[in-house]
Unconditional design. Structure first.
Length: 333
């Protein structure tokens, strides 16, 4: 009698969770991004594509950066939103004009102090696994499967690894999907503005102070990563991947040289142009239907992305199985 009761309870648990299992499928995702040194003559956009990352899931910062406690200041802290406004509200100007956009509040209270260069290998310290009703989970290097692919591509002349990581995540429809934040490489914020202009070092001015004489905190500048953007994966009968990435490369560009006393914007039209250091932006924007288990390659003259989406045991199903087994074990005694 007790055994029948245990089986009935286990069945009810399975039925109560069946809709969750059917509604939310889980997959493992592995991504490898590399730079290709090419002699391409293609003309890239003057400005980087805008990639909204304020709502994206960031698995990289906790793995590579030091979390710091935000300090109160006159200005709002910089967010990780990857667009011109985010860079400009951190004591920047865009095209010589102060930004008039309202400053957005940081999405979380956690701020990070980053190294000057992000390592290409991003992984958790130990093997990790998703939990029922949880969010995406970064996996350990031992859980990845691209070792032979990375070795093969790394042996090709003119290639350089930018980012390799793997994670587990639930797959939802397009309207409910949340992109994953991808960034790697060098931080150019010390030498270039977000829009690519070279930062001109000026003589150090007197420190700004409050009315009571206490010094004002210097505004924080958002990182300008060598690779930055989002990867969005969603399920709509088929799997789809959307990439919105910028690869930043140092180069030179013809730019007008404005006189220091110029006050009229029309002076830009008559100002002489000279070859000036500039941070180029190479976009990788693709929307592709893919199949699970297959290894897909997104080609580009300046970079490449290898991605695989693998089926995995559903965390909720695993939890159901564990609950049922424990109940049956109790019934046997």
């Amino acid at each position: 009698m007790l055994r029948k009761l245990a089986v009935s309870i286990a069945t009810l648990i399975a039925l109560s969770h069946s809709q969750v299992v059917q509604a939310e499928a889980w997959f493992e995702v592995e991504v490898y991004v590399f730079e290709r040194q090419s002699q391409s003559t293609e003309q890239w956009p003057d400005a980087p594509i805008k990639t909204k990352t304020d709502n994206a899931i960031d698995l990289i910062s906790p793995a590579v950066a030091q979390a710091v406690t935000p300090m109160a200041s006159e200005s709002a802290p910089c967010t990780l939103v990857f667009d011109a406004d985010a860079n400009s509200h951190c004591a920047e100007t865009l095209n010589g004009e102060p930004t008039s956009e309202p400053v957005a509040a940081a999405p979380t209270s956690v701020e990070y102090r980053y190294p000057p260069v992000i390592p290409s290998e991003i992984s958790s310290a130990t093997n990790s696994y998703a939990s029922a009703n949880g969010g995406p989970v970064l996996l350990a290097r031992s859980q990845s499967q691209f070792a032979s692919i990375i070795n093969s591509i790394s042996r090709e002349r003119g290639t350089r690894s930018l980012l390799h990581m793997a994670w587990q995540q639930p797959m939802r429809g397009k309207s409910g999907s949340v992109p994953i934040r991808l960034f790697a490489g060098k931080d150019f914020s010390g030498t270039y503005h977000f829009d690519g202009r070279k930062i001109i070092k000026q003589a150090q001015a007197e420190p700004m102070t409050h009315a009571d004489g206490t010094p004002m905190l210097a505004p924080v500048v958002s990182p300008v990563w060598e690779l930055d953007g989002t990867l969005n994966i969603y399920l709509s009968h088929y799997l789809y991947i959307e990439t919105a990435l910028n690869l930043r490369k140092e180069g030179r560009k013809l730019l007008p040289v404005m006189p220091s006393d110029a006050s009229d914007s029309s002076a830009t039209l008559t100002a002489p142009k000279v070859m000036t250091p500039f941070l180029m932006s190479v976009p990788l924007e693709q929307n592709r239907r893919v199949k699970s288990e297959e290894i897909h390659y997104l080609d580009h003259p300046e970079m490449g992305m290898v991605i695989q989406i693998r089926k995995m045991a559903q965390p909720s199903a695993q939890q159901i199985s564990l609950n049922a087994e424990s109940i049956q074990t109790v019934g046997q005694y």
